[in-house]
Design a protein around this ligand. Structure first.
Ligand code: ASP
Ligand code: ASP
Length: 399
C-alpha cells in the first residue's frame, strides 16, 4: 500500500478496513483506496486524529458519547461492512458511489413524483414523521414521497399536543415510534438528536435537520438539482452565501460538494462564518475553499449561487441577529454579468435574501429544487428500506 500517503488498519471487525488519511493529495488517496479495495470489500478513509476514537467506538459497539464527527465515521464503517444501513444522519453515511446511485434512482422516479405513474414500491411500509421543529417542505415532501410510492405515514403531530409536552423523553418517544413504523424521518432543535435517535432505534432514521447540525436529505435534493442543471457534480464553482454558521443545509452540502471536487466560495458576514470544525473537515477532504464577505463580487464566476436564510431562531441574542439581518439581498440587477448557465438555489423559506425580481430570471431554480425534494426522498426511502428502484420506470399512463 502507498505507505507515505496512508496506511490501512484492519479494524479487526469483520472486513471493515479503515484507511488513515494523512494526505490531502486526492490522487494519492484514491490510489491507496483502490489498493485496499483489492484486499477488502469495505474501505473507509478517515482523518488520522479520529482513528483511535473510531476503533474504540467500533470495538465497544457504542456510539453514545462519541463526538458527532466520530459517530458519522463509525456509521460509515458499519454501513460498509454491511451490518445494517443505519440511516442517514450526516453525509458521511453515504459513499460518493451511493450518492450517485441514489440520484440515478431519483431521476427515474420523476414520473412517479409528478403523479404520471403509480408505482407502489413501498406498499405496506409506514414512515413515522417526527418533527419537533417547524417544517413545511421536508415534512410534506417526505409524506408525498411515501404516499406516491404506495406507503403510509404516521405523524407525531404538533409537539404541543403530543406526549412530549407531558415530559416524555426523546428515547421513549423513539421506542414507541420504532414499534409502529418501518422508518423514521426526524427533525429536532438539538444538534446530535438524530444520531441519538438512530442509536436507540431498530428502524432506520433519516435526519431531517438537527438544530444547526446537518440536513443530509436536503443535500441529496440539492445535489440532484445541481446535477440536473449542470449534467455533473464534478469541478463546479459553488458560492454558499448567508448564514454559514447556523445554516445546517450548507454544513451538509459543503461536505458533499467537496467530495465531488467542487470549488467553494463561502460568502458570509464575519459573524456568520462557517464553523471552524466544518472548515477543518472540508480541508481534510481536500477542499478548494475561499472565504469572503463580498457576495456580489463572487457571482460572475459561479456555476451555482446557494443563498440561505439567516437562522433567527438559533441566535441566543436578538441584538446579534439585528446586526446581520438583511446582510445579503440578491436582486435581478446583480445578475447581469453572471454565466448563462449559473443557477440560484435556496433551501427555502426565504426572507429577503432573494428579491422577487430574481424569480423570473433564467437563473432561479429554488422552486424546482423544492419539488426535487420529493424524488430525492423517494429514492432515499427505497434505499433505506432495501427496495430497488426498477431500471425502467414507465413514463406515465402505463402503470
Ligand atoms: N423551515 C423549513 C420550512 O419552512 C423546513 C424545511 O423546508 O425543511 O419548511
Ligand atoms: N429549510 C431549511 C432548514 O430547515 C432552511 C431554513 O430553514 O432556512 O434548514
Amino acid at each position: 500500500m502507498d505507505g507515505q500517503a496512508s496506511q490501512a488498519a484492519d479494524a479487526s471487525i469483520n472486513k471493515a478496513v479503515i484507511i488513515v488519511m494523512d494526505s490531502t493529495d486526492r490522487s494519492r488517496r484514491a490510489r491507496s483506496a483502490s489498493m485496499a479495495e483489492s484486499v477488502s470489500a469495505h474501505v473507509t478513509m478517515v482523518p488520522l486524529h479520529l482513528i483511535t476514537p473510531i476503533i474504540h467506538a467500533l470495538t465497544r459497539d457504542r456510539l453514545n458519547g462519541c463526538p458527532p464527527k466520530v459517530q458519522g465515521w463509525v456509521s460509515t464503517v458499519m454501513n460498509k461492512r454491511g451490518d445494517h444501513m443505519t440511516g442517514l444522519i450526516t453525509m458521511d453515511d453515504l459513499t460518493n458511489e451511493a450518492i450517485l446511485e441514489i440520484l440515478d434512482d431519483a431521476e427515474r422516479l420523476l414520473p412517479v413524483a409528478r403523479g404520471d405513474t403509480y408505482l407502489p414500491l413501498l406498499q405496506g411500509k409506514i414512515l413515522g414523521n417526527l418533527f419537533f421543529e417547524p417544517s413545511t417542505r421536508t415534512r410534506m415532501s417526505f409524506e408525498t414521497a411515501m404516499k406516491r410510492l404506495g406507503g403510509d405515514v404516521v405523524n407525531l403531530g404538533d409537539v404541543k399536543t403530543s406526549s412530549v409536552v407531558k415530559g416524555e423523553t426523546l428515547y421513549d418517544t423513539i421506542q414507541m415510534v420504532d414499534g409502529y413504523t418501518d422508518i423514521i424521518a426526524m427533525r429536532h432543535p438539538r444538534q446530535g438528536a438524530a444520531q441519538y435517535a438512530q442509536d436507540s432505534a431498530r428502524v432506520p432514521v433519516l435526519n431531517g435537520g438537527d438544530g444547526a447540525g446537518h440536513h443530509p436529505t436536503q443535500t441529496m435534493l440539492d445535489l440532484f438539482t445541481i446535477r440536473q442543471a449542470h449534467g455533473s457534480l464534478e469541478g463546479l464553482k459553488v458560492v454558499l452565501a448567508g448564514d454559514l454558521r447556523y445554516g445546517r443545509t450548507v454544513h451538509s452540502l459543503s461536505h458533499a460538494l467537496t467530495r465531488f471536487g467542487c470549488e467553494l466560495v463561502l460568502a458570509s458576514p464575519s459573524l456568520l462564518r462557517m464553523p471552524r470544525e466544518i472548515l477543518d473537515d472540508l480541508t481534510a477532504h481536500g477542499a478548494i475553499v475561499t472565504e469572503t464577505e463580498d457576495l456580489l463580487g463572487s457571482i460572475n464566476e459561479a456555476d451555482v449561487v446557494y443563498m440561505t436564510r439567516i437562522q433567527k431562531e438559533r441566535f441566543a441574542d436578538e441584538d446579534e441577529y439585528t446586526k446581520v439581518a438583511g446582510a445579503y439581498k440578491l436582486h435581478a440587477n446583480n445578475l447581469e454579468g453572471a454565466k448563462a448557465s449559473m443557477i440560484i438555489m435556496h433551501p427555502l423559506p426565504r426572507v429577503d435574501e432573494i428579491h422577487p425580481s430574481v424569480d423570473g430570471t433564467r437563473h432561479a431554480r429554488y422552486f424546482e429544487q423544492a419539488f426535487n425534494g420529493v424524488v430525492a426522498r423517494m429514492a432515499l426511502l427505497c434505499r433505506l428500506l432495501g427496495v430497488s428502484v426498477p431500471a425502467d420506470v414507465p413514463q406515465g399512463g402505463e402503470a
